[in-house]
Design a protein around this ligand. Structure first.
Ligand code: UDP
Length: 417
């Protein structure tokens, strides 16, 4: 189990400015009803990627409300994570389905995961994503359970979908980010839609001074006085880093001093493909001095990941998220919260956040992305007004306080049964 003492302590009182009175009342009321209840979150990795990012805030916030929330992380297993990455890809629409041998290994590992989960005392179990999904089948102790899927399963590989659905149906509640992602056969009575959210008070999202940003940029070799477009994302084919580079080169025809930064520090142990994608990126950019690649933790120097990402996002003129599939895209939310204009793939959870032309731009190709980059860099007024609206939509819909309420409501519902 991830020792909760290792997580930054949080107090709900610090979030007052992000809570309107009705949400505050609802949270206090739920906290009273759920006082002392033991909630166990289970996911694949303690860091790297969106789920870990959310749990780092959600678990301490639940604790601050008097809920005994804990977090169990799977033991890293190279073969399991290769299989679950393949499963993730297939659910996002890749055509490579799991082999029978891989399914067997996945099931065997989930039996072990179930044993570990059984050994932990809890009243509610909340499983995130497919890696530990099947463990529900093998739990000896029956505990009210929730599965939360963060994947863009708009067009899944049918064979893989057929394999996972029976496991999903075993949970008391099934949570998706978007109705578009929900498989047709899912029991609608168990379904809840609840998108992810960001924590405005983390090192990654709180205000930091422009001097700090400038220092970090210069240390990375980036010229802070020249235009910069950035994509912060794991090196993953669905994040389309190659498409980002294509868009950059098209835009550079018009903006000669344009710089590009791709940041995807590899720390998620459940993502075995990242190095391969990174190599393809490296080959494509051929040491171009205006393209900056950050992928190793050492490149951050003494700066924490949160502050680094924060500084990079704040210093960029445009943030790209050119995903081809996207469960939600916390990177989009993070940049919007910083009043940045975001140019992003017209897919999945991104469509929930960006209203095209209003608070960001949705694009379907590198050409479209390039056109928007040029437009935003040449028109500071447009970039500013888009950025302001972007922050407002995040304040309204995508802050952790809303997610906290959603989750406590779900827990309360299944606990009452
Ligand atoms: N991230 C990070 N460092 C990196 C790349 C990504 O801290 O080098 C963070 C990013 O800021 C965001 C999360 O990882 O908080 C990625 O979440 P998202 O929902 O965008 O994508 P996922 O990786 O879950 O597909």
């Amino acid at each position: 189990m991830l020792p909760v003492e290792n997580l930054m302590e949080k107090s709900i009182d610090d979030y007052r400015e992000f809570l309107d009175s009705s949400r505050n009342e609802a949270l206090q009321d739920l906290a009273k009803q759920l006082n002392g209840i033991r909630v166990l979150h289970v996911n694949a990795t303690p860091q790297g990627g969106g789920v870990a990012e959310i749990l780092r805030s959600l678990v301490p916030l639940q604790r601050s409300l008097g809920i005994d929330s804990n977090w169990h992380v799977l033991e890293p297993d190279k073969k399991l994570f290769e299989i679950t990455k393949k499963m993730h890809n297939a659910l996002q629409g890749g055509d490579e389905a799991l082999t029978e041998e891989e399914k067997k290994y996945y099931i065997e590992k989930n039996k072990e995961i179930a044993k570990n989960i059984d050994a932990i005392e809890k009243d509610i179990i909340l499983i995130h994503d497919p890696q530990p999904l099947a463990s529900i089948e093998f739990l000896k102790k029956k505990t009210p359970s929730i599965i939360r899927i963060h994947i863009d399963s708009t067009k899944p590989n049918k064979d893989t979908e057929k394999f996972v659905i029976p496991f999903m149906q075993k949970y008391n509640k099934i949570v998706f980010t978007l109705t578009d992602f929900v498989p047709k056969t899912i029991n609608k009575k168990k379904l809840t839609i609840s998108p992810p959210a960001i924590d405005p008070l983390t090192a990654k999202n709180r205000y930091i001074d422009s001097d700090v940003c400038r220092t970090i940029l210069i240390a990375a070799g980036i010229n802070p006085d020249k235009p910069l477009v950035t994509q912060v994302s794991r090196f993953d084919k669905w994040k389309d880093p190659i498409g980002v580079i294509d868009a950059y080169y098209i835009a550079k025809n018009e903006i000669k001093d344009l710089q590009l930064l791709l940041m995807g520090v590899m720390e998620a142990s459940d993502d075995p493909e990242a190095m391969e994608v990174f190599r393809a990126v490296e080959e494509k950019v051929q040491g171009d001095p205006d393209i900056f690649l950050i992928h190793k933790p050492e490149q951050l120097g003494e700066v924490s990941m949160g502050i680094y990402v924060n500084a990079i996002q704040r210093s960029s003129d445009v943030i790209l998220q050119k995903s081809l599939r996207e469960g939600f895209g916390l990177t989009v939310t993070e940049a919007m919260w910083k009043e940045k204009p975001v140019v992003a793939g017209n897919v999945g959870g991104i469509k929930l956040q960006i209203k095209n032309g209003e608070n960001g731009f949705l694009v379907n190709s590198p050409e479209e992305a390039a056109k928007r980059i040029v437009e935003l860099i040449n028109n500071k007024g447009l970039a500013e007004s888009i950025g302001k609206k972007a922050k407002e939509i995040v304040r309204k819909n995508f802050l952790i306080t809303r997610l906290l309420e959603d989750e406590l409501k779900i827990i309360n519902e299944i606990r009452a049964k």
